[in-house]
Design a binder for this molecule. Structure first.
Ligand code: SAH
Length: 347
């Protein structure tokens, strides 16, 4: 058993000083994901593809539909970023296959534990440590569900003396957020400089880098992408860093590496990055609306007719995915497509 990450951080901070929130989040999640499968009712959190097959099926149909209208280019590659247990890919590829889209899955995955789970469902998959090794010989059909929210955020906080980086230090011997001492005013957009004391500006350079890469590939190879995550379509101020363990919110600084750290995705910062590379932003819409437009109600009815004993469970799953107070409004879907590709459904 390796040394608890909390101790590693404590020693590092004692020896070299506070670390940035981004450093803290990156190391915590690398440790967290590498050592476990956190998904499902026995784990820490449940994601949309684990709630119902309808989620993956509808995303697979979305990809097949845009690919058919693009003229069925071959080969086309299904790419998933952070595929978890591989459930979404299984359901999406099964649905897409019925419309003639046969592709070998390419997975970008960092976790040893989850790679093993993915291999069980997808013995033919190809794994990648990052996007740089993805195939270049055809359009990419990219899906990322709850991937961007796990990437490290950087936080800048407005102190009495100006903007500073938010750091993690030791307060009374415990890991806790503190205000760093390096001035950061130059990193703040002009319209945010006058924010009140205590305001926090959160950015996610790692998510920006992913969008930059994805958009570059779509521009040069063709294809489309769907990013699904909880987050907001307009810019906001404030920390959205949170930790979940065994389906409960916990203190993000209490047990690094033992809880899932996430932050809300700022889709308003990501869309312009794709557009700057000449890729079409199809829109950022609420998950509930998107799934309804793709026909989740008809799919739920068909599934319930085929398995009458499961009708109540299917209705509950549909409500979790699209309900306003559940995942329907908090989760957003952002769609991208190459400039010469058609419009996507649901936006
Ligand atoms: N998409 C899945 C899993 C979401 S959990 C689902 O919806 O069920 C987040 C996923 O992203 C996991 O597969 C995790 O291992 C992966 N991940 C997180 N950070 C990563 C990183 N920096 N590089 C590659 N994969 C990462």
């Amino acid at each position: 058993m390796s040394e608890p990450l909390r101790r590693v951080f404590e020693r590092l901070i004692v020896n070299t000083g506070p670390i940035s929130v981004a450093h803290y989040m990156a190391e915590s999640n690398a440790r967290y994901y590498d050592s476990r499968d956190p998904l499902g009712s026995g784990g820490d959190f449940v994601t949309a593809p684990e709630i119902s097959q309808m989620f993956g099926e509808l995303l697979g149909l979305w990809l097949a539909d845009i690919w058919i209208r693009a003229g069925r280019p071959a080969p086309a590659h299904y790419v998933e970023l952070g595929p978890g247990r591989g459930t979404l890919a299984r359901d999406a590829l099964q649905a897409a296959r019925r419309f003639g889209l046969e592709t070998r899955p390419h997975f970008v995955e960092g976790s040893t534990a989850l790679k093993a789970a993915q291999l069980d469902l997808h013995p033919d998959a190809v794994w990648h440590a990052d996007l740089s090794t993805l195939p270049t010989d055809g359009p990419l059909l990219i899906v990322a569900n709850e991937f961007l929210d796990a990437l490290p955020v950087r936080q800048l906080v407005k102190a009495a003396s100006g903007w500073r980086e938010r750091m993690v230090g030791l307060v009374d011997g415990r890991l806790a957020p503190i205000v760093g001492d390096r001035p950061m005013d130059a990193a703040i957009p002009a319209d945010r400089r006058d924010a009140p004391e205590g305001a926090i500006l959160e950015t996610c350079p790692a998510a920006a880098a992913v969008l930059y890469e994805v958009a570059g590939r779509l521009a040069s190879q063709g294809g489309a992408a769907l990013f699904i995550d909880y987050g907001h379509a307009e810019p906001r101020l404030g920390s959205s860093l949170q930790a979940v363990r065994a389906h409960r919110m916990v203190d993000p600084f209490a047990a690094p590496g033992e809880a899932d750290l996430t932050a809300h995705v700022d889709f308003s910062a990501l869309a312009p990055i794709a557009q700057s590379r000449g890729v079409r932003w199809l829109g950022t819409v609420e998950q509930g609306r998107f799934l309804r437009l793709l026909g989740i109600d008809a799919r739920a009815d068909a599934l319930a007719r085929a398995q009458p004993d499961e009708a109540a469970a299917i209705a509950t799953a549909r409500d979790r995915l699209i309900g306003e107070g559940q995942m329907g409004a908090l989760f957003k879907v952002m769609g991208l497509a190459a400039a010469h590709w058609p419009e996507g459904a649901g936006f």
